[in-house]
Design a protein around this ligand. Structure first.
Ligand code: SF4
Ligand code: SF4
Length: 276
């Protein structure tokens, strides 16, 4: 049986907003009958792209995280609805019935991801339907997936072991955005933003950046190693929140140096000057 899901690879997302725009194009002002009432012409987004600035000068990055209904197997919105106004199709897509859900504002609060929006004019809670109306007519993917130029959105049948989504799932590298909610989300992520520690290494005697210095990071039960690049910079990405780490820098002809860092936030530990 078909079991639809999506994987969002944030490392491939460039923040172009195509997914957001095509979603608006598909639903704003368009009534899709039993699938969804028309989305208002402004103020509602079923596919969002969350932009987050990370780090401190001079090490600043922007992370983009597309976000939509997670089509959960254990959906809070279904529990919050009366009269089966929200239901899960056999293929796993969660639909808000546009007739039965009328006036049921409590459905909005049933979703801890806060992806259900209230259509004041229609007196209706609304959210992403994974383009179920198109899939039922034979389309292979939702419009957001079709419009993504970088392949950051992968949609498919989790029950088909040959599908790209099944192969990506089998790598064990996917995760849900909020495991603590316990919703068994069908939309999973690769490369969800975590924390980074970065810095710059300087050769103190010549006041030049240290190229190719060995930088190791230990902490939170693991160890990893990188070399400084042509600008003397290093970076460790994907680190745990609020964990203690030790950065050790070694370079031939210089004294080794260690620096402690805590990932309460993305951290640029600044210039580390090596002495002879
Ligand atoms: S993400 Fe929210 S709206 Fe979507 S299925 Fe899960 S609980 Fe329902
Ligand atoms: S279309 Fe793709 S690359 Fe563009 S914002 Fe959406 S997910 Fe990111």
């Amino acid at each position: 049986m078909t079991k639809y899901g999506m994987i969002i690879d944030t490392s491939k997302c460039t923040g172009c907003y195509n997914c957001f725009l095509t979603c608006r194009d598909e639903y704003a002002g368009n009534d899709n009958g039993k699938y969804a009432a028309a989305q208002p012409m402004s103020g509602m987004n079923w596919m969002k792209v969350i932009e987050k600035e990370r780090g401190q000068y001079p090490k600043v990055k922007v992370a983009y995280t597309p976000m939509m209904c997670m089509h959960c197997e254990n959906a809070g919105c279904i529990k919050a609805a009366k009269d089966n106004a929200v239901y899960r199709r056999p293929d796993g897509i969660v639909i808000i019935d546009p007739v039965k859900a009328k006036g049921q504002k409590q459905i909005v609060n049933g979703c801890p991801y806060r992806v259900i929006e209230w259509n004041e004019e229609a007196d209706l809670p609304q959210k992403c339907i994974m383009c179920a109306h198109m899939l039922d007519k034979g389309e292979k993917v939702p419009r957001c997936v079709e419009s993504c130029p970088t392949g950051a959105l992968v949609f498919g049948d989790l029950d088909d072991p040959k599908s790209e989504i099944s192969k990506l799932t089998a790598t064990g590298k996917t995760e849900v955005m909020h495991p603590e909610y316990g919703l068994k989300e069908r939309v999973r992520y690769i490369g969800l933003t975590k924390k980074f520690i970065a810095g710059t290494v300087i050769c103190g005697d010549i006041d030049e950046v240290a190229v190719g210095a060995k930088v190791s990071l230990s902490g939170n039960g693991g160890e990893q190693m990188v070399k400084t690049n042509g600008f003397g910079d290093f970076e460790f990405e994907g680190l745990a929140d609020n964990a203690d780490y030790v950065v050790r820098i070694e370079m031939s002809g210089y004294q080794a140096k260690t620096v402690k860092a805590r990932t309460a936030k993305d951290t640029y530990i600044g210039e580390i000057v090596l002495k002879k």
